[in-house]
Design a protein around this ligand. Structure first.
Ligand code: FAD
Length: 515
């Protein structure tokens, strides 16, 4: 840790001066997000079988159906994570609620498995199926109403369009940081991001949900209509109870925010001091300030030297206020970060954090941290990054820690657990399918080595099939029984199921629609 002090020191004033002189052209430091051309082998042709033979007549030749012989089939069957190769019999892309009702009715009548898909960002194949897929991507309208302070957002809208549409009128709802994630999956599983501390999770801003239930009826679910279902759908609702067509959210008026970054050149030896200081600092952080600590391994960049990163350890976040952001100084000045601070509209500032990787293969693992990490866990993380330096030249591996708290309120939705210190996302991206086994093994080895005391809970939206049967307890803690009771009431035949959906009874995961 001593070598922190030997690192090049850029003073705050020099740094801010430099940053501001770059004006809007400041490098976005996401150099590892290179444009990526998908490998040809993602598009194998499945030729000899006439898959449509197995499709009931009611589902054939639908104008909104994409069948194996359709030209767009080979791209429509993929999701963001290209690790999974599925050949559904049909992908339905309806445009009206009645078409969704029709599909649910027919699929139920024939007892056919299907997956629900909105933004297609499920980390595992939870929104894929070898049978049928209902894609909500055409349900993408965003209708804000300043007079009521509410916005209706269709299930298939992406975060980036929500950000832009609301940003133009200085409003926002809390979302995650990846722009192409779908609003439905994000909201139904919780929704963690930089507005969480001031405004709660994405699901906390939901006022009502337009929903197709297991009887193929359209219902409006809210605190007064179906309150138990409303509770479950906000944090425990992905693919378990029915199909969300759209959400009405309370918007938040945010005319100005301050974005900040504290940046260090990559050196894993710095991790302990930075993490300890960050955890201590965030303990009493005002709720208008959000904060993430991201440690990104630069190997992928080393393999692409022209993209040399200026840094890969950083603390960043927002202060929802026009007041100067000075809170960092006492805690971090002694660690000599480069500092970037900028104020502007939420939309303008989003260009600094709303970024994503183009690499096609990925794995996430997560922990919800009930308390700050202890020194031993921090040293394990440090060793992990030190070891990475010796191999994996073309992977993008990063750990991101986000402080929760603030306005993230207690138990009023199914998201669990509320009173957590933070969440920890462990992200692995890589360019070639052949690397998958090695990197998956690496992610599993590290995850298995995390001591139980760190936390048993993880985030339902970072779906992880490695959890096996533990997933219910690990995602939903002591909300499991309540979620199961609600499942029995609203979907007693388990029409809506996938590998990690809410089952009808404990240990009774029917799942596997997506296989
Ligand atoms: C690169 C990346 C970054 C991410 N960053 C964040 C982040 O910052 N914060 C955060 O909270 N999360 C984050 N996530 C996780 C993300 O929130 C979840 O993966 C989310 O479920 C994706 O939603 P989707 O609609 O895009 O996915 P989909 O793959 O379409 O669906 C995900 C799940 O939701 C179900 N589902 C989808 N639509 C509906 C619907 N209309 N009705 C009922 N069930 C439905 C599916 O069946 C599936 O089980 C990230 C994921 C990725 C891949």
């Amino acid at each position: 840790m001593g070598n922190i002090f030997t690192k090049s020191v850029v003073t705050f004033f020099m740094c801010v001066g430099t940053m501001f002189s770059l004006c809007g052209d400041r490098p976005l430091h996401d150099h590892y997000f290179l444009p990526y051309k998908l490998p040809e082998n993602l598009f194998p042709v499945k030729s000899s079988i006439t898959l449509t033979d197995f499709i009931p007549p009611e589902l054939r030749n639908l104008a909104y159906g994409i069948y194996p012989e359709s030209p767009e089939y080979n791209t429509a069957r993929l999701i963001y994570n290209k690790r999974f190769v599925y050949f559904p019999k049909a992908i339905f892309v309806p445009t009206t609620p009645q078409e969704v009702q029709y599909l649910v009715g027919v699929l139920k009548q024939y007892n056919l498995p299907f997956a629900i898909q909105s933004g297609g960002h499920c980390i595992e194949p939870g929104s894929l199926s070898s049978y049928y897929v209902i894609s909500l991507k055409n349900f993408n309208s965003i209708i804000p109403d300043i007079t009521t302070g509410q916005v209706y957002i269709g299930a298939g809208a992406k975060i980036e369009t929500v950000l832009q549409t609301l940003g133009l009128i200085d409003y926002a709802i809390p979302t995650g940081t990846c722009p192409s994630v779908g609003i439905a999956g994000l909201t139904l599983g919780g929704g963690l991001g930089l507005l969480g501390r001031p405004y709660g999770l994405t699901c906390d801003s939901v006022q009502s949900i337009t929903f197709v239930n297991a009887d193929a009826e359209i219902i409006e679910v809210s605190a007064t209509n179906y309150p138990d279902l409303f509770w479950a759908l906000r944090g425990g609702g992905n693919g378990s109870y029915g199909i969300a067509l759209g959400f009405t959210f309370n918007m938040h008026y945010i005319p100005v925010v301050t974005y900040y970054e504290l940046i260090w050149n990559y050196d894993p030896q710095l991790i302990p001091d930075i993490m300890i200081a960050w955890q201590k600092w965030t303990k009493n952080l005002p709720e208008i300030i959000s904060s993430d600590l991201a440690i990104r391994h630069p190997n992928y960049l080393a393999a692409n030297p022209e993209e040399t990163p200026p840094f890969t350890i950083r603390i960043f976040g927002l202060k929802v206020s026009s007041e100067p952001f000075t809170e960092w100084e006492e805690a971090f000045q002694c660690l000599h970060p480069d500092v970037f601070i900028r104020s502007g509209s939420y939309l303008e500032m989003s260009k600094f954090w709303a970024r994503e990787s183009d690499l096609p293969f990925l794995k996430y693992k997560s922990k919800i941290l009930m308390k700050p990490l202890n020194l031993s866990a921090i040293m394990d993380i440090t060793r992990f990054f030190i070891q990475l330096e010796r191999g994996n030249p073309s992977d993008l591996i990063y750990f991101e820690f986000e402080r929760l708290g603030g306005q993230v309120p207690n138990n009023h939705t199914a998201f669990f657990p509320r009173r957590a210190f933070g969440w920890w996302a462990q992200a692995y991206f890589w360019p070639e399918q052949e690397q998958s086994e090695e990197i998956l093994a690496l992610s599993r080895r590290f995850y298995a080595s995390i001591p139980k005391e760190v936390s048993r809970y993880c985030y339902a939206n970072l779906v992880d099939y490695d959890l096996g049967k533990r997933y219910l307890k690990d995602y939903y803690g002591n909300h499991v029984d309540r979620l199961i009771r609600i499942k029995r009431k609203y979907d007693p035949t388990n029409l809506f199921h996938w590998k990690q959906s809410i089952p009808l009874r404990k240990g009774g995961c029917r799942g596997e629609s997506s296989s």
